[in-house]
Structure formats: C-alpha cells, structure tokens
Design a protein around this ligand. Sequence first.
Ligand code: ATP
Length: 250
Amino acid sequence: MTTRDLLVIKNLVKRYDGLLATDDLSLTVREGELHAIIGPNGAGKTTLIKQLTGEIPSDGGQVTFAGQNLKRLSEPERSHIGLARSFQITSLFQDFTVLENVCLAVQAHSGHSFRFWKKINDDTTLTEPALDILRQMGLEPRAYIATSSLSHGEQRQLEIAVALATKPKLLLLDEPMAGMSQEDSEKLVERLNELKQRYTILLIEHDMDAVFSLADRISVLVYGRAIATGTPDEIRNNEDVRQAYLGEEA
Ligand code: ATP
C-alpha cells in the first residue's frame, strides 16, 4: 500500500433545504486502500457518493481526484478519468448474456462506436477483456447465460464487473451486500478481498462483519460529518464512535 492520496475531499457541503446532508466533510482515500464509510441511516453516505460521481452538484467544498479538481467535470468525464460507481441492477440488460453486458461496458468506455453489423460477442477486442473481468468476479462459468437467469447475488457481482470494465482508479461500491443471503455476502467478501489487491475501493456498507474484515481504514459519518477515521481497531475502540453509532455491538 502506498500513501499517495488518490481522492481528497475538503470541506464538502450538500444542502437540501434546511438540512445539511453533507456538512463540511473532509476525507482522504489513499491509493491502494479499501476505505469503508459507515454511519447510521440518513448519515449522508449515498449523498456523498452521488456528489463524487457528479450525479448531484455540491454546494461547497472541493474534491480532487488523481490530482484533478472534479468541479467542472460531468459524470461521464469523471468515469473516464477512473472514478467508477458500481451500477445498479436496474441498469443491467436483463435479456442480454452476462458476457454481453460486460462487453457493452468495455465498448462504451473504450470509445468504440457501436458496430451493429457485428455481434459484440464475436469481437475479441471486447470479449477478451470482458472474460478477464468475469474471471476476476468468479462469473466466467455464467458468461453465456441470460442475465435474468442470475441469482440476486450474482447480479450484484455483475454490477461490479460492469464497473470494472471502465478500468477504474477508484471503485465506489454503495452497499454491494444489500439484499444478499449470508452465503452470498461471504462469497462477495472473498471476492472483494482479492479485488482490493488490485484496486483502490471506497465501500459503503451496513454489513459490519464485511466492513471490519475488509477495510484498511474506516470513516464514520454522522449527520454528514466524519466524526472519526482510522483502522478497524481504532474505530472499534473509539469512544465517540461507540456512543454515536456502534453501541456495544462492535
Ligand atoms: P442510508 O444508510 O439509509 O442509505 P445514507 O447515509 O445513505 O442513508 P442519505 O441517503 O445520503 O443517507 O441521506 C442523507 C440525508 O439527506 C437524509 O436525512 C435524507 O433524508 C436527506 N436526503 C437525501 N436525498 C434527499 C433529497 N433528494 N431531498 C431532500 N433530502 C434528501
């Protein structure tokens, strides 16, 4: 793990009428780390992700990613410079095969124009990287079946595969374990353990077992503010965190 800062968030603000969903938030993600953000419902975790991807504008503060100020960059431009959010299942093409979904993402990111006369799964410039990504996500045996035939857990894995097709420098994962069975969650933790060797990851997750086993560092958000950042041990033993959020469970 290097200590270079990849994402630097300074004094970020998001206001909804009278409510400060992101309240003067400062936080840094270092290159190579898996940084988890935890916090009670409504703490502002999803709002923060949306501000980072450019889905919603910020009301103040600054975000620098790989040395670039994000302020004037659109969502596609942010994706192009390596900021990838895992897509929601609703954005997967259910009638397409698993491989085709990843091929389309590879194609979109590489800037290739659509070639309607050629089937995407005949184009090795798309299928080779797509199959490699499916291998990383353990989905290669499912490559040629319709996406609609995948289990919920597998579809969530496919969302991550689609995000990986954009060759991210930073992978933003917003509750990847949501709605998963215990068994699927455990499998995904194993996958993420492998992925974190190769990618910098910002993970939002309610599954505390997953967070505490995967994270290099954890930031705790409460009412839009980071009240603590530290290693899992530091967070577990932080008195403010215990009182504000974890109670006696951690
Ligand atoms: P959860 O863990 O439940 O997903 P969260 O930490 O992701 O919660 P956010 O969804 O970011 O929290 O919400 C932060 C605060 O902003 C909440 O009080 C929420 O009600 C409010 N909020 C979010 N989106 C909007 C919106 N579009 N308009 C008004 N208020 C909003």
